[in-house]
Design a protein around this ligand. Structure first.
Ligand SMILES: [Fe+2]
Ligand SMILES: [Fe+2]
Length: 278
C-alpha cells in the first residue's frame, strides 16, 4: 500500500492556532484517499468543533479506534457514534471496565468511559469490534490489541485502580496502539502508552516481522517517568532511528526536552491542527 497517509491532530493538550481549541485529551484523524479513521475521541465534543474548523467531515469516518478506556480519549464518542453512523468502532474489551485514579494522597475519581460513551457503544454494538488480539482495520492499518508488558522500567504511569476504594491496581491492560505500513517501514500512533512505548514497539516488531520504525506519534506518557524509564525509552527510540518523533498529550515537558536533544531535526511537539503526511 503506497498511498500517503495524512494525520491531523484534532485534539491535544495544546493549541497554537486561532479558532481551534485544546483540552486535556487526544484525538488523531488518519486519512488515506477517501478513507478515514479517528484514533481516540478527546475529552469532550470539542473534537467536533476542531474537525469543522479544519474541514474534516467526521460523519464520513470508516472507523473509530479507542486506544484505551479513559475519559480523555473517549469524550466525543457518543456524538461521533451518531454522526458517523457507518463507522466501525474498535476497542479492547477491558476499555469498558470502571476505573479510578488519584493524585498522591488525593481522593479517587472515576476516569473511565462516561455513561454516555458506554451507552453509545451498546447502541452501536452491531458495528463494534473488540480487539483483545491484533485486528486489521483496513489493508495495512492495524490495531495491536493487548500489548505484553516485558520491559522492567515501564509501568502504567499513574495511580490507577479498578475499584473506587483503590484496592485493585489497574494495569490499563486495554491500552493499544494503531500502526500502519509504509514502503519504508511502520508508523506507530500511541494514545497514552500506558503499556509503555517500548513494550508497544516490541509488540509491533513481532507483528510486522521486525519492519523498521519510520515514525512514532502520540502520547508517550513520560510525565511521571523515572529517570531510568525516560533514558531507556530514549535509547530504545534512538536504536530504531525513526525519521519523525511527534510528542503529544501526556508526554511531559521534561521528556519532550530530552526527545528534542535526542532527535534534533526529527522531533516535533504536536498541537491541535498539526498535520503530518507519511
Ligand atoms: Fe490514559
Ligand atoms: Fe490520556
Amino acid at each position: 500500500m503506497t498511498d500517503t497517509i495524512q494525520i491531523t491532530v484534532l485534539m491535544d493538550n495544546q493549541v497554537h492556532r486561532q479558532g481551534l481549541v485544546a483540552e486535556h485529551g487526544l484525538a488523531l484523524h488518519v486519512a488515506r484517499g477517501s478513507h478515514s479513521i479517528l484514533f481516540d475521541a478527546g475529552q469532550t465534543d470539542l473534537v467536533l468543533h476542531n474537525a469543522r474548523r479544519l474541514g474534516l467531515a467526521l460523519n464520513r469516518l470508516d472507523a473509530i479506534v479507542l486506544s484505551h478506556g479513559h475519559y480523555d480519549h473517549s469524550g466525543a464518542l457518543s456524538e461521533l457514534c451518531k454522526q458517523a453512523n457507518n463507522a466501525r468502532i474498535f476497542l479492547h474489551p477491558k476499555a469498558l471496565c470502571p476505573r479510578f485514579s488519584a493524585k498522591t494522597d488525593g481522593p479517587l475519581r472515576s476516569i473511565g468511559l462516561s455513561p454516555a460513551s458506554i451507552e453509545a457503544i451498546e447502541t452501536a454494538r452491531d458495528r463494534v469490534v473488540f480487539t483483545p488480539q491484533p485486528v486489521a482495520i483496513e489493508e495495512g492499518i492495524r490495531v495491536t490489541g493487548t500489548i505484553p508488558r516485558v520491559t522492567p522500567s515501564e509501568d502504567p504511569g499513574g495511580r490507577f485502580f479498578l475499584d473506587p476504594e483503590g484496592r485493585q491496581p489497574d494495569l490499563v491492560e486495554d491500552d493499544q496502539a494503531l500502526f500502519f505500513d509504509t514502503p519504508d517501514g511502520v508508523v506507530v500512533l500511541l494514545g497514552c502508552a500506558h503499556a509503555g512505548a517500548v513494550n508497544t514497539l516490541l509488540h509491533i516488531e513481532q507483528l510486522t516481522a521486525g519492519r523498521p520504525l519510520v515514525a512514532i506519534l502520540g502520547g508517550l506518557h513520560l510525565l511521571h517517568a523515572s529517570g531510568n524509564r525516560l533514558e531507556s525509552t530514549l535509547q530504545a527510540l534512538q536504536a530504531r532511528n525513526p525519521r519523525l518523533v511527534v510528542a503529544l498529550h501526556c508526554t511531559g515537558w521534561q521528556a519532550m526536552m530530552r526527545l528534542q536533544q535526542a532527535f534534533p531535526e526529527r522531533f516535533a511537539v504536536g498541537s491541535v491542527g498539526s498535520r503530518f503526511a507519511l
